[in-house]
Design a protein around this ligand. Structure first.
Ligand SMILES: Cc1cc2nc3c(=O)[nH]c(=O)nc-3n(C[C@H](O)[C@H](O)[C@H](O)COP(=O)(O)OP(=O)(O)OC[C@H]3O[C@@H](n4cnc5c(N)ncnc54)[C@H](O)[C@@H]3O)c2cc1C
Ligand code: FES
Ligand code: FES
Length: 488
């Protein structure tokens, strides 16, 4: 058997932590507030929504030490092995005064009751480190995962835009101490499997992907935990015991993105944030859509594999990847099999995945240059909301005729699903407004959506049908206007 270490090791601000009693469901937030009395990190919702618990987590990657804001309320303690956790208590300015972000928040009246403020400061701290002079849009994107009920966002945005006036990241502790933190994290990493427990709740961190495959095949009833943006809520909201749990968020082998002439292969452990540049580079139509998924903290934690494996009918990744013709690779022990992504979703709550089998990669082919793409998310709020309806469209046109169509919806059935009758109506039809109207008329053959508190069945159907008209308006009308301009 592989060597097993029986303690979790990580850095917390300036201190090294070595913990032997850690349960699968122990959260970082409880550890900070109750265990360490670091009460600057607040608990608002305990479900990843409000951002009051935002801390930075630094981790060694192929590109060096990388810090990201995450939600401590749904981040499990066991997942922090080999990481540097930075809380608001670690922030300081020159001569021990306020940090530039804190100074700007004070100067611009960015805080009233103050409950959200440490979380907002941490999100803005992460932004200031990455982009000291952000645009207003960049500030808005960075704050999507932080709710403030009393100040209003205008003063907070003004503070974010002004933070660099009080100093840039070059003098910040995370920059000046980068080399020593990197050395400290390297010293913690010994490449072994880690297993800890508290009250019988075991947490297992496999040594690598092969070890994960072996552990999961041997313990198929264990809970796989990737980014914990779903599983975290099973603990904090449903009070479920998740042990034994196999943590996979540290596995570099699941976080690779390979770009070839054929397309992209994305490891299941790649987070939304890690996937962003490659996916948007290859598929620019996903830019706006991607920033509509959750908020920054959840995008740093939640993984592509988790969004597929959870089988949710309202996950945002599956519809757009199905439209792009993605294929998923599943692995059990050393055995792999591959299937079209749409075939993975069998029925509500039921996926084509055997016990002990896991999602390893998803492959997305490069688009045909003649294919027109769109992706839309319809939700009640613009930011940090779950879809009522999500859609991916890929329509190929040759000589004025639609030669291929892949259209997939989320929120319209018990699984993410292709609109086969609508696709059939389009294929072979002329590329014109009438064809898209006919495809929209065919949509009730594909879906019988449900009513719930997000949307009624009628609304879902209407909005999904309207997307055909929107597709034509965005692509067809634009193309016709181009032709008219060329002829004139
Ligand atoms: C505040 C908030 C906002 C959110 N907003 C959105 C949103 O806008 N759109 C959206 O689609 N989702 C949203 N989500 C849901 C969540 O972010 C996604 O479903 C996420 O992709 C899940 O990935 P994860 O890595 O966090 O999965 P986890 O929570 O770790 O796991 C989810 C499930 O998948 C299983 N699993 C994970 N990885 C694998 C694997 N490789 N193989 C087999 N099984 C695996 C786990 O066992 C579990 O059953 C939101 C969540 C929160 C908390
Ligand atoms: S407490 Fe609200 S996101 Fe963590
Ligand atoms: S200052 Fe009160 S919630 Fe933001």
């Amino acid at each position: 058997m592989a060597m097993v270490r029986r303690e979790i090791r990580f850095l917390l601000n300036d201190d090294e932590m070595r913990l032997t009693e850690v349960g699968a469901g122990d959260t970082l937030l409880d550890f900070l507030r109750i265990g360490q009395r670091l009460t600057g990190t607040k608990e608002g919702c305990a479900e990843g929504d409000c951002g009051a618990c935002t801390v930075l987590v630094g981790r060694l990657t192929d590109d060096g030490l990388r810090y990201e804001p995450v939600n401590a309320c749904i981040r499990f303690l066991a997942s922090l092995d080999g990481c540097h956790v930075v809380t608001v208590e670690h922030l300081r300015g020159a001569n021990g005064g306020l940090h530039p972000v804190q100074r700007a928040m004070v100067d611009h009246h960015g805080s009233q009751c103050g409950f959200c403020t440490p979380g907002i400061v941490m999100a803005l701290y992460a932004l200031w480190m990455q982009t000291p002079r952000p645009s207003e849009t960049e500030v808005e994107i960075a704050l999507q995962g932080n709710l403030c009920r009393c100040t209003g966002y205008a003063p907070i945005v003004r503070a974010a835009l002004a933070a660099a006036d009080h100093g840039g990241p070059e003098g910040d502790i995370l920059v000046t101490e980068r080399a020593s933190v990197t050395a400290g994290l390297k010293a913690l990493h010994d490449g072994t499997r880690v297993e800890v427990a508290r009250d019988g709740q075991r947490a297992i961190l496999p040594a690598d992907v092969d070890d994960f495959a072996a552990v999961y095949a041997a313990e198929p009833d264990a809970t796989v935990v990737a980014g914990a943006t779903d599983v975290g809520l099973w603990v904090t909201k449903s009070l479920r015991d998740i042990g034994p749990a196999i943590f996979i968020g540290h596995l570099d082998g699941l976080q690779r993105i390979e770009e070839t002439a054929d397309g992209l292969t994305i490891g299941a452990g790649v987070s939304y944030s890690q996937a962003e540049a490659a996916l948007i580079g290859a598929f620019p139509h996903l830019r706006e859509y991607w920033h509509r998924i959750a908020g920054w903290q959840v995008r740093n934690m939640g993984t592509i594999g988790g969004n597929i494996a959870n089988g949710s009918p309202i996950g945002d990744v599956p519809p757009v990847l199905i439209a792009l013709g993605a294929r998923v690779v599943l692995r059990h022990g050393a055995v792999r099999r591959e299937l079209p992504l749409e075939a993975f979703f069998l029925d509500y709550g039921k996926q084509d995945r055997a016990p002990g089998e896991f999602v390893e990669t998803v492959a997305v082919p490069r688009p045909n240059p003649a294919t027109l793409h769109s992706a839309w998310k319809i939700s009640k709020r613009r930011d940090e909301d779950i879809s009522s309806v999500a859609a991916g469209f890929a329509v190929t046109v040759a000589d004025g005729t639609i030669s291929d169509a892949r259209i997939a919806f989320g929120g319209m059935a018990g699984v993410p699903k292709r609109a086969e009758a609508a696709e059939t109506a389009l294929i072979g039809a002329p590329f014109d407004a009438k064809s898209f109207a006919r495809a929209a008329e065919a949509l009730p053959q594909d879906f019988k959506p449900l009513s719930d508190w997000r949307a009624s069945a009628e609304y879902r159907m209407r909005v999904a049908q309207n997307l055909f008209q929107r597709f034509w308006a965005e692509h067809g009308e634009a193309q016709q206007a181009e032709l008219r301009r060329a002829e004139a």
